[in-house]
Design a protein around this ligand. Structure first.
Ligand code: GDD
Ligand code: MN
Length: 382
């Protein structure tokens, strides 16, 4: 029975006591520190939806500002509001997936909770999908009539345009705004796609479209991207980086695994560090070559350990002095073994007549794979 009555100012939602309204639409609101925004947003949703049966599912990642508590306060006087509070989890995309998996509504919309997405579009988007006009309704900032006015800075606007362009290239869609965080579709369709979604970062729509490989028809609705009402954006450098990693994964992930590619890139940077140290020590003859080379190896290894810990293994980073020191020692040991394998294989191949360049490269690749395999297990392994 969905006939809870909100306290006074939220107005009548069009069903008297006892009159059951069939649940049509779930509005999934991922939140991270959006406490102030919730109550006015529910008011706007309520006004926009009128008599249509809806529920709002707030999926909160344990916000420090008490968003989940605020959501529970609202939900107590309005059973159309539901709360999922996640502990130890992060991510807009994974929150959206979780929300859609928790509803019984046949249709689901994902919407930002900071008022940048106008709920007034919801009824038209619902009519479009429920009426069979398209499988997905997308609110677009870049279609005729939409705007990016609410983007916080010129730099953000440029980044948005660039991300959009890249996203269009991989999905091969004609979509104007594949990075939109505001869309509506059949919830069962979404759940069917869910097992193949990455759940990383902000690009949930892009993932849904890429996963369905052009089988979903879409329709765009012009969105005037508003200004955030309270609080600040959570789309930071880490999210932007995750976006790039996600693109890599779709393109090349099956050929060279993402983590190994990162590990290799870090290794290549390590070579640069090594050469820089060497160049600054050796030419002046303040050090004999072997001393300079040894120091360069140590610096480069430490640099590689630090960068891998921070980047490649960001998700299982070693923290705390002891753990880091132990990890660093383990990494140096691993590298020593890898270097030994590298030299042994390269020497063997060269002695068998392989060109020295190829022999050296083979040694490097073997050393890298060895380092990767060992360190992923023994340094960052769980
Ligand atoms: N549960 C949860 N967990 N929610 C999150 C998280 C998270 O880790 N990160 C962000 N959110 C919520 C925010 O609280 C907000 O309701 C919504 O997701 C959007 O986050 P913003 O931080 O406001 O994103 P934005 O305005 O910078 O980015 C907008 O534009 C992007 C493209 O340019 C959003 O519309 C994105 O969806 C969109 O991809
Ligand atoms: Mn926002």
């Amino acid at each position: 029975r969905r006939s809870g009555r909100r306290s006074g100012h939220r107005g009548n939602r069009g069903c008297g006591a006892g009159a059951a309204v069939t649940l049509q639409l779930a509005i999934i609101l991922p939140t991270l520190n959006e406490r102030e925004n919730l109550a006015p947003l529910i008011d706007r949703i309520s006004a926009a939806m009128g008599d249509t049966g809806w529920e709002a599912i707030i999926v909160d990642d344990n916000s420090e500002d008490g968003t989940a508590d605020e959501a529970r306060v609202l939900a107590r006087s309005d059973p159309r509001i539901r709360v999922i509070q996640r502990i130890g989890r992060r991510g807009l995309a994974s929150a959206a997936i979780e929300g859609i998996c928790a509803t019984a509504a046949p249709y689901a919309a994902i919407m930002d909770a900071d008022h940048q997405h106008d709920p007034a579009l919801l009824p038209r988007m619902l009519t479009c999908v429920a009426g069979g006009d398209s499988d997905v309704a997308i609110a677009s900032r870049y279609v005729e009539g939409g705007s990016t006015a609410g983007l916080s800075s010129a730099r953000r606007e440029q980044a948005s345009g660039l991300a959009n362009w890249m996203a269009r290239r991989i999905t091969g869609t004609e979509l104007t705004d594949p990075m939109s965080g505001y869309f509506l579709m059949e919830s069962a369709r979404f759940r069917a796609a869910a097992p193949s979604l990455s759940g990383i970062g902000f690009k949930i729509l892009l993932d849904v479209l890429a996963t369905s490989r052009g089988t979903l028809s879409v329709k765009e609705f012009p969105l005037e991207f508003g200004r955030r009402k309270a609080g600040e954006s959570k789309l930071d450098r880490a999210v932007a980086f995750e976006f790039l990693v996600g693109l890599y994964e779709r393109f090349f992930g099956k050929i060279i695994p993402t983590r190994f590619a990162m590990f290799g890139t870090v290794g290549a940077l390590g070579v640069l560090v090594h050469m820089a140290v060497l160049a600054s020590l050796f030419p002046g003859m303040t050090a004999t070559f072997w001393k300079a080379q040894t120091l360069a190896v140590l610096v480069a290894m430490s640099f590689n350990f630090w960068l891998n810990n921070w980047l490649t293994y960001h998700d299982q980073r070693l923290r705390g002095l002891l753990a880091v020191l132990a990890g660093w020692a383990g990494f140096c040991l691993t590298c020593a073994v890898g270097a030994f394998a590298n030299v042994a294989v390269a020497t063997l191949l060269e002695s068998r007549g392989l060109h020295w360049v190829l022999a050296a490269l083979t040694g490097i690749v073997i050393g890298a794979v060895w380092n990767y395999a060992l360190s992923s297990r023994f340094v960052w392994g769980r």
